[in-house]
Ligand binder design. Structure first.
Ligand SMILES: Nc1nc2c(c(=O)[nH]1)N[C@H]1C(S)=C(S)[C@@H](COP(=O)(O)OP(=O)(O)OC[C@H]3O[C@@H](n4cnc5c(N)ncnc54)[C@H](O)[C@@H]3O)O[C@H]1N2
Ligand code: MOO
Ligand code: MG
Length: 616
């Protein structure tokens, strides 16, 4: 926020006759337009170096944000404004002077004779401008774009700097013109032009549109394959176990020998390769997982044997007795018992979990071919939004919570996203922001600006500037009614856009029900969430729209049906209602006959989070 500005006219003539000063008032007018809330000080001083210095210092010491001088920058003997300024400033900013000269040179070669200086004294920015009114007006246009930012930087007003950065972020990109006319606010539609479709229809649309995602493949190392969907069947290239293996710690025997004494002729532990075949009347001591010697067809556990003879030092077993007659194959895992050679370990379309990682590692796979899903960009929209990292909230602003939440929600379900920042609510900024995001990603998930306000411009921009097809623009659901799904052609590719409502809970629920659903479909999985039946722990009033209530499910009771408890006030802005939610309870729309559901009513619950034992 710019608080105070001084305009100093430096001119002997104007000092004598104030009415001759045209440049000072012209400059004041421009300053007032740029910083309407600022305090503006004006003064006229003669071309006297000490006086100029004194006034500059006075205003700097009064902690003004900006001092603009006009006059005294030329070559006449009395032109000393730059000299006075140089004495006052601590840091020169030569590029401002260069920019002024370059721009002025486009108008007149006389600009070469101007010696404007710009710089900082403490936290005050001082810029010398020429004396003529025309030159002042032109030069002010040159510095206008950088003044707020420069002053915010000097004042270390990080949030202001960020906002200016944000607004400049997209303005360098593409020709960001928009075909959306926002001038005729009074004539805006008073009813939404987008028909409201049912939830089932919206899900069907997401499934069918996202199902068009072109399958692409990549090879990833096994340790990065968790959660990925395999693109071709992965088969066992060797049997498991690759040798007949003992299931017990005991003695490998010939089952035909039955009960009775055995000579212990060797000991085989896991990893030893047996060398001598077993003969009748013999056994070998063997451990779990060790390879049976040739001839052996069973293992007798140590508990079913008795020691008959050992070496005097007790180190070596010489003879044992088998107490229970073994069956052929007893406690032996034959070759391929766990996995036969050629068996399918993971089929095409299955996603890789921890056990499959183990199976594949055990089968010697070091990398796997998996499907590549679309890349996802996240963008928030809203003039009221600040970065969460900013120290101070500006009046009427809030921190952007949607991007952080959605990024984490996607990650929780296995999807990475690209952060595309905050975009302001203007058609041009939206065109630039959406273009930038679509350049980086296949799917854009943005929040805000999809309802009925004059700043809700997402849908018109998508339609008019991106030629998008709106697959739906409203869904009969709570929260998330204005949820929007569109596709468009951009740089020769189909792009998918989920424009979610700005309310944090609406964004959360719609991300689960539409975005993650769509991403799952892209990777060949079923989009829908697992659904349980559960008992309401308490009565609930129903909304006219079917509602997805965030709830905790208690699966700890002995009762065969779990119970669900809604997580407090369910309004769309209260993200606390989603904290710790393991399920979304599907509440039906209210009807005159059924305005509420009583405690104990059985409701479907979508398992969108982690089930935990809430009794613990
Ligand atoms: N006249 C009508 N007004 C509204 C309707 C309607 O049908 N007619 N629908 C309401 C419903 S339902 C919803 S949901 C919201 C959706 O609004 P928008 O998608 O247009 O979102 P915004 O207006 O930009 O913001 C709404 C709300 O959310 C806050 N917000 C936005 N972005 C973020 C963010 N990144 N982090 C945190 N909070 C955010 C914003 O400040 C607003 O409070 O419209 C209703 N209005
Ligand atoms: O649909 Mo809105 O999300 O109720 O608040
Ligand atoms: Mg809105």
């Amino acid at each position: 926020m710019i608080k105070a500005v001084a305009v100093i006219t430096v001119s002997d003539t104007c000092f004598k006759d104030n009415s001759k000063d045209e440049s000072g008032p012209a400059l004041c007018h421009l300053v007032k337009k740029l910083f309407p809330d600022s305090n503006l000080h004006t003064i006229i001083v003669p071309d006297e170096r000490e006086m100029i210095e004194r006034e500059l210092k006075y205003f700097c010491d009064s902690n003004l944000d900006l001092i603009l001088t006009t006059g005294g920058t030329g070559l006449s003997p009395r032109d000393v404004t730059p000299e006075a300024t140089k004495v006052v400033i601590h840091k020169e900013i030569p590029s401002i002077s260069v920019a002024l000269t370059l721009e002025s040179l486009k108008k007149t070669p006389m600009a070469m004779l101007s010696r404007s200086v710009a710089g900082l004294r403490d936290k005050t920015l001082i810029v010398n401008l020429p004396g003529s009114k025309k030159a002042v007006l032109e030069c002010f246009e040159v510095i206008k774009p950088i003044l707020p930012h420069a002053i915010a930087l000097v004042r270390n007003e990080l949030s202001e700097v960020r906002t200016i950065h944000d607004s400049l972020q997209f303005s360098h990109l593409c020709p960001h013109r928009s075909n959306v006319d926002i001038t005729k606010i009074a004539l805006r539609p008073r009813a939404s032009p987008y028909s409201m479709i049912e939830m089932a229809e919206a899900c069907k649309i997401v499934d069918s549109v996202m199902g068009q995602w072109n399958e692409m493949l990549e090879i990833v190392p096994l340790d990065q394959a968790l959660g990925r969907v395999v693109a071709q069947p992965l088969r066992a290239k060797e049997p498991m176990p690759p040798f007949p293996a003992s299931v017990k710690d005991g003695y490998a025997c010939l089952s035909t020998d039955g009960v009775g004494p055995r000579k212990v002729n060797a000991a085989i532990t896991a990893g030893d390769a047996p060398t001598t075949p077993l003969c009748m009347g013999e056994c070998v001591r063997i451990n779990t997982g060790a390879a049976l010697p040739a001839g052996a067809d069973c293992v007798v556990q140590v508990e079913d044997t008795k020691l008959l003879l050992a070496s005097d030092d007790g180190v070596t077993e010489l003879e044992i007795e088998i107490l229970i007659a073994p069956e052929p194959g007893q406690d032996v895992r034959p070759v391929g018992f766990d996995i036969a050679m050629g068996a399918t370990l993971v089929d095409k379309g299955e996603s890789i979990d921890a056990a499959k990682i183990g199976v594949l590692a055990g089968a010697g796979y070091q990398s796997v071919t998996v499907r590549v899903g679309p890349t996802v960009a996240l963008m928030s929209t809203g003039n009221e939004l600040q970065e969460p990292s900013e120290l101070k909230l500006r009046p009427a602003h809030i921190r952007d919570s949607n991007r952080a939440m959605l990024s984490a929600l996607l990650k929780e379900h296995g999807y990475q996203s690209i952060d595309c920042g905050i975009c302001r609510d203007s058609p041009e900024e939206l065109v630039a922001g959406i273009s930038a995001a679509l350049t980086k990603a296949d799917v854009l998930v943005c929040t805000g600006g999809v309802s009925m306000g004059e700043k809700d411009l997402l849908k018109p921009v998508l339609l008019n500037d991106f030629g998008a097809t709106l697959h739906y623009g409203r869904v009969r659901m709570k929260p998330g009614k204005p949820s929007t799904f569109a596709t468009c052609q951009f740089e020769g590719k189909t792009k998918f856009i989920f424009a979610l409502p700005g309310n944090p809970v609406s964004a959360y629920v719609c991300c689960l029900l539409f975005v993650i659903r769509g991403l799952r479909v892209c990777s060949g999985k079923r989009g829908s969430w697992p659904r349980l039946r559960a008992k309401l722990a308490h009565g609930v009033a129903l909304d006219p729209r079917p509602e997805y209530a965030r709830a905790d499910i208690d699966v700890s009771q002995d009762d065969d049906m779990p119970t669900v408890k809604l997580l407090g006030n369910q309004c769309s802005s209260r993200l606390l209602s989603a904290c710790g939610a393991s399920v979304l309870v599907e509440l039906p729309a209210a009807s005159p006959a059924h305005p509420r559901l009583p405690a104990g009513a059985i409701v479907p619950a979508l398992v969108t989070g982690t089930l935990h034992n809430s009794a613990v």
